[in-house]
Design a protein around this ligand. Sequence first.
Ligand code: MN
Length: 202
Amino acid sequence: MTDFNTANTPFDYARGFTIDFDLRTGASALRETSLRPLSAVKGIFADEAAADEILKKDDPLIYEFHELSVPEHPGDLAFGCSKVYPGKIGKEYYMTKGHFHTVLDTGEVYYCLAGHGYMMLENPEGDWSALELGPGKAVYVPRRYAHRSINVDPVEPLLTFFVFRADAGHDYGTIAANGYRKLLIEENGKPCIMDNPKWSRD
Ligand code: MN
């Protein structure tokens, strides 16, 4: 494939660009990958004893993400891929930490490329939903909603492509302090919603 532009000058992010990424892994040779093994995120899971038991002999990769895009500038769009591996900690599926945006009034789109999972949404007023994701499905994360990807497939990774306003920032602290109100766990072989026993409001 060939790109054409003014006087054959090189593209930079301010002039538009294309980037190749792997549709199976979400990774690009041109950008960095961030890894989140269990040891880095164990506090997000309700069953701490199950997490500690696994960590005695192993430190499985829970998820990774690949920023494919641009500096944090108002009016630009950040995008990339998130890959959540299959597995459970106790009854709870592997999932991302989840976050609000620092600029709370910022939406986001996630497009599912592969796998089967849910996007858990929750706003500060307590409204929540868990929206099912599969290949070809896009989920709109509305302004003011925290969001977390959860992989419910026993074998396949959940791969999503995301786009949001580049200067929105990530607020992980609110979720880290209070958790989500609802957990998605496996019960009788099926995804099931339960109240988070650790949830609290400041
Ligand atoms: Mn986000």
